[in-house]
Design a protein around this ligand. Structure first.
Ligand code: MG
Length: 359
């Protein structure tokens, strides 16, 4: 394998730091070409001295919106959190480097158009998300699929009833059971909106709307693929994001990993259950817009982002998040997005609509 030059967007975040762990473990396979982050200058300086990238972008990240920025990268990992990851995703697709993305918001908001852009340049959008990486690995060599099944840990509030859920705070939400993640995605996991966005992400990545969610507390089975003959393939490993990140980098080759061997005899029991759409309305909202387009995806995604900010600042409660998204989707419907200016404009309108309601 030729030494790959890797660009990392959001290098100080959860995906970024874990990507650098993978690179540090395989210095003969990867080198860092580009690091970018918005805020954490201290950690960024440490990363610069350790990995010696040829290019660094800090603070003003508008350079990320231009394809030329990625000319020294063979592959770019987009680890930016939230809506801000969209324009860099487009720029990477328009550049000569491969895109591996952990930014689900770009697919939720603009998936239809992103696939067009990718097809025109003969590219694939490679997923970093553990569920989608698992599906990709299950699909190799056979595409006679019937259905995709995304697994969900259920979040920290799995056993809570509506009454208890209406009282949870942002501090409760950020204690997530199995995965190490950033703040926004942690709150999204507690409302199951993370899983909802992954449904839409999966629709775009694998061209099907036959997708179900399966609650699986242990986070050992990372999604399943059901075929025509009703057999199912699943990918199993200990929950460790460095595995799908490494696979996104090394694909189609597999490299050694430091992660613990999976000992199923030690784990003993794996449990599965149905998601509760009534207690977790965010998942229901996402399922309902699965057949819709990028317009509804953008409204849902931006409304969620604004609501989560308010929830993290303790301005609103748990169920206000789904209420805000629901009301935004009521207000903005049946639109069409033809280019990225439309998405950005719609995002601003949705933000204003929510702020004007004084949350
Ligand atoms: Mg995931």
């Amino acid at each position: 394998m030729k030494k790959l030059r890797v660009g990392i967007l959001g290098s100080t975040g959860s995906i970024g730091t874990q990507t650098l762990q993978v690179i540090a473990k395989h210095p003969d396979s990867f080198e860092v070409a580009l690091l970018s982050c918005k805020r954490n200058i201290k950690l960024l300086s440490n990363q610069i001295s350790q990995f010696n990238p040829s290019q660094v972008i800090h603070g003003d990240t508008t350079a990320l919106n231009y394809p030329e920025t990625y000319k020294d990268c063979d592959i770019v990992i987009n680890g930016i959190s939230g809506f801000a990851g969209l324009t860099p995703t487009i720029a990477v697709l328009q550049s000569d480097s491969r895109l591996a993305t952990a930014n689900k918001e770009s697919l939720v908001c603009f998936g239809t158009q992103l696939r067009k852009i990718a097809n025109e340049s003969g590219k694939t959008i490679f997923p970093v998300d553990s569920e989608h990486s698992a599906i990709l690995q299950c699909l190799e060599e056979s595409n006679e699929l019937n259905r995709l099944i995304l697994t969900a840990s259920g979040g920290p509030f799995k056993g809570f009833n509506r009454e208890q859920l209406s009282k949870v705070t942002s501090e409760d939400a950020i204690k997530h059971p199995t995965w190490k993640m950033g703040l926004k995605v942690t709150v999204d996991s507690s409302t199951l909106m993370n899983k909802g966005m992954e449904l839409i992400e999966a629709k775009h990545l694998f061209s099907t709307q036959k997708i179900d969610v399966l609650i699986h507390r242990e986070s050992i089975v990372h999604s399943l693929v059901e075929f025509k003959d009703r057999s199912i393939k699943a990918l199993l490993s200990n929950p460790d994001m460095t595995i799908p990140i490494q696979y996104a980098l090394s694909y189609p080759v597999r490299l050694e990993s430091d992660t613990k061997y999976l000992d199923l005899s030690e784990i003993g029991i794996l449990t599965f259950g149905k998601p509760d759409y009534e207690r977790f309305p965010c998942l229901n909202i996402a399922k309902n817009i699965l057949s819709k387009g990028d317009y509804e995806g953008t409204v849902m995604c931006v409304a969620d982002e604004v609501a989560v900010e308010h929830f993290l600042n303790n301005k609103i409660g748990f169920y206000d998040i789904s209420d805000i998204i629901y009301k935004s989707l009521e207000r903005f419907k049946d639109g069409y997005l033809s280019d990225v200016t439309d998405v950005l404009l719609l995002a601003t309108e949705v933000r204003h609509f929510i702020e004007d309601r004084n949350h």
